[in-house]
Design a protein around this ligand. Structure first.
Ligand code: HEC
Ligand code: HEC
Ligand code: HEC
Length: 200
């Protein structure tokens, strides 16, 4: 009995804290600060407003920009953030962003290297994919300022991500939000002997 209690209590606490944090973060998203954490988690009526109302663009040029509603029409959908699956959009060549602002010929140096972080408790392991990141980003966007380029050297935790550090420098701001647990926690765990015995 006490074994079960010992397992359940920490997991329940972690989940309760996340729900609370997500709630607080969501509530705060009504102010106009464009860099604020998780501003992408807006209620339906506030999603993807036109440039003149999004709090990011200003000046007379804003009204000349295409609105997200018309620009996003044919792109593959996702469940949150700005409701577009940008990885799929790039894969399917629905968008072809310029890698270098000044030179249309420059191509990204894509690196296909997954880093798996084993997670304690019941959440699936985290798979960090270099490929999907280096299709848009330069190594120097992350190394060494956000992550030392060495597996396991960065002490990444969910708390730091929710505070906008580590993965949270981008996720919840310019990339899909932290609420999409399974996109990061995507690797099923190999059942340990202990877990198998407990399941019997
Ligand atoms: C979006 C952020 C990001 C970008 C961009 C990025 N990396 Fe990484 N890189 C990581 C993370 C996260 C890790 C894992 C760190 C950890 O485990 O603590 C990592 C780990 C590494 C490692 C260590 C691998 C190992 O097994 O120890 C190397 C080498 C590396 N990156 C090279 C690169 C190179 C070269 C590029 C550009 C082509 C690049 N990275 C782009 C985030 C990034
Ligand atoms: C420098 C910015 C940046 C950092 C830091 C970063 N990401 Fe990303 N990540 C992106 C962008 C941009 C995308 C693609 C756009 C999107 O999916 O919203 C992406 C996409 C992903 C995907 C989607 C892959 C797919 O196939 O759909 C995963 C998984 C992911 N990131 C995990 C992580 C994890 C785990 C970390 C921390 C170890 C991390 N990212 C740190 C910017 C970042
Ligand atoms: C952007 C990627 C990303 C998303 C989204 C994400 N996680 Fe994580 N999570 C991580 C990383 C990276 C770690 C640290 C893994 C390690 O120990 O190195 C982690 C660790 C954890 C841990 C272990 C304890 C801790 O704090 O380190 C738990 C539990 C967890 N996540 C739950 C969740 C839940 C629940 C969600 C959805 C609300 C979620 N995660 C969404 C990347 C993510």
């Amino acid at each position: 009995m006490s074994i079960v209690k010992n397992l359940i209590t920490p997991a329940a606490t972690v989940i309760a804290v996340f729900i609370l944090l997500l709630f607080l973060v969501n509530k705060e998203s009504h102010s106009a600060d464009p860099n604020q954490f998780n501003r992408l988690m807006a209620p339906p009526s506030k999603r993807n407003p036109p440039p003149t109302e999004d709090g990011i663009h200003d000046g007379p040029g804003a009204s000349m920009l295409q609105t997200p509603k018309s620009a996003f029409g044919t792109l593959p959908k996702s469940k949150s953030g700005n409701y577009i699956d940008w990885v799929k959009a790039l894969d399917e060549k629905k968008i072809q962003p310029r890698y270098d602002r000044n030179d249309p010929e420059v191509q990204p140096i894509v690196m296909d290297l997954n880093i798996v972080h084993e997670v304690k408790g019941s959440m699936p392991n985290v798979v960090y994919p270099h490929k999907q990141h280096t299709e848009w980003l330069d190594c120097s966007n992350c190394h060494p300022a956000i992550f030392v380029p060495q597996k396991g050297a960065n002490n990444i935790t969910m708390a730091s991500i929710l505070l906008g550090e580590k993965c949270g420098v981008c996720h919840g701001k310019v990339a899909f939000p932290v609420s999409e647990c399974r996109r990061c926690h995507s690797q099923k765990k190999k059942q340990s002997a202990g877990a198998k015995a407990a399941a019997k």
